[in-house]
Write a protein of this length. Structure first.
Length: 292
């Protein structure tokens, strides 16, 4: 099978718009990297890269037409030169190599590291998660995943029941398992995401803790933590489901939300979560709070 990779170079302030446009297309994976020669995503503790120029890279199936995507990207401010948009096709077996060549170990919070493939685990890592995203979202490079992983780093999961709704590669749920969770239910409607989650759970020795489920198989009602890094639209629709999944006093963590969408999402959850706290990175929001 062949794959199509699209890369578009935009200013930092236009990166969220580029992502929103591409997420409305049949994209399989989406990542952000620095559009320069600086080291990629190795921030110090408490630091977040604020690149002036960003490369947004999207993966599509190999038969995806290029011309409609080119027209779509012409809507982005400043994308008026051919060298700002590039396409390339590659074979199925190349995807893991492409990903591993691009990304390096990444630190989140004070002690949690995401380590691609067989790269060396840094000596400073308290918890290390080895990751291969397969064809699923969730590598830690996107601001929304970054926000969630920082929250995960600061939480004690010992003995808890966790839900990772919209799990993608399983990175959030597996991180919770590595940090001591008793059970982790990873939910996604994409079979490729569940495959990637299972593979990554096995890679990290937590396959007995992590369960991969389709939405119709999910019925947990007493979780200690619900993590949902999706998009604002699905989060609004899922408000009754995610609220019901948590025990009173349990923690809700929502991301995939643009700043302009945050108040609407907060209102949808206000009945059970009157005090959701907000954290922002590069125009993307994390909302977190406890169920009353």
């Amino acid at each position: 099978m062949k794959w199509l990779e699209l890369s578009v170079r935009v200013s930092r302030q236009n990166a969220p718009l580029a992502e929103s446009l591409l997420q409305n297309e049949p994209v399989l994976a989406l990542t952000l990297t620095d559009d320069a020669d600086d080291p990629v995503l190795e921030p110090g503790v408490g630091e977040t890269p604020l690149w002036p120029s960003v490369c947004v890279t999207a993966l599509f199936s190999g038969d995806t037409p290029v011309e409609p995507l080119t027209r779509l990207l012409s809507l982005l401010p400043g994308v008026d030169r051919p060298q700002q948009v590039s396409f390339r096709k590659f074979e199925d077996q190349q995807w893991e190599r492409v990903w591993l060549d691009r990304f390096k170990p990444m630190q989140f919070g004070s002690g949690l590291w995401i380590v691609p493939g067989d790269a060396q685990i840094p000596d400073s890592a308290v918890y290390a998660l080895r990751l291969d995203p397969g064809l699923a979202f969730g590598t830690g490079t996107h601001p929304t995943t970054h926000l969630c992983l920082e929250w995960v780093d600061g939480h004690d999961f010992t003995g808890e029941a966790i839900v990772d709704y919209g799990c993608g590669s399983g990175v959030l749920g597996i991180a919770a398992a590595i940090k001591g969770a008793k059970t982790v239910d990873c939910i996604d409607n994409d079979p490729q995401a569940l495959t990637a989650t299972f593979d990554n759970a096995h890679r990290n020795g937590v396959e007995d803790i992590v369960n991969g489920l389709a939405p119709g198989q999910f019925n947990l009602r007493a979780a200690d933590v619900v993590l949902a890094n999706i998009l604002a639209g699905p989060l609004l629709e899922l408000a009754p489901v995610l609220s019901a999944a948590l025990r009173p006093g349990g923690s809700l963590v929502l991301s995939g939300i643009l700043e302009g969408q945050a108040e609407e999402v907060k209102k949808a959850y206000a009945g059970d979560f009157p005090e959701l706290q907000m954290k922002v990175i590069d125009g993307w929001v994390l909302l977190a709070g406890q169920k009353k």
